[in-house]
Design a protein around this ligand. Sequence first.
Ligand SMILES: [Zn+2]
Length: 277
Amino acid sequence: MESRNNKLFRLIICSEVIIIFIIVSLIINKSSIVINGSNEISNEVLFYNNIDKEISNLYDEYTSNIRKLEDKIMNGESDRRIAYLTFDDGPYKITDDFLKILKDNDVKATFFTIGKPDREEYYKRIVDEGHIIANHTYSHKIKNGVYKSADTFISDVKHQEDFIYNITGYKTTLVRLPGGSSQAGKLKNSIVNLLHENGYNYVDWNCETGDGSDKKMAKQGAFEWYKQTCTDDKKIIVLLMHDYNYSTRDNLDKIIKDLKSRGYILLPLHNKSIMVQ
Ligand SMILES: [Zn+2]
């Protein structure tokens, strides 16, 4: 009787030990999966960080080389010519047409955008299609707006910087002042100093299609303006256009082909460019 009880007791103990063993091994196994899993994730994060670093190093190298070329062109040590196509005040409902013409000609440009919350898809497309997206202030309010004070100006620039970043994930330091830097009047020096202190660079232009001055120009208007202002003596061209203007749109293909035939390399602006001001 006593020995049967002992056997039963031993059996219970044994089975409890087995159950405990199974539970413990399950816990150990599970924690090793978690550890291995987190290792895999941290390796992946490291991998992508390295790629990001490599891309940013390559971009730095590229922009430094372009800057060297610009300096050589300006010093007369190179016969090359560079044209920067720039589009202000968009995106607009016809920005799509501009993107298509640029794509068909395999040309990258620079878009100085303002705040248009209902046209988010265009900001993304500008970036996705390899163009440079830049800052033209959020409000673009020339009268009683951005030029009230240097601080007002910078906060409007920061507003647009955040707006672009939230949509595209791209942080731009390239600024064009609404109406050009001359519009800032007496505030120009303080605005420029504040821009530089905050890590921005600004650029004006040295030729144009005239579409900012004459928005309803006749069909050929944009090409005539371009021909008159983008003259051969300009070895580096920063061409001002607006991606809301129909005449510029209708002549863009012709302008690009004309610039190429005159020996210009067409590039997007970057933060080390010689800033035409
Ligand atoms: Zn503008």
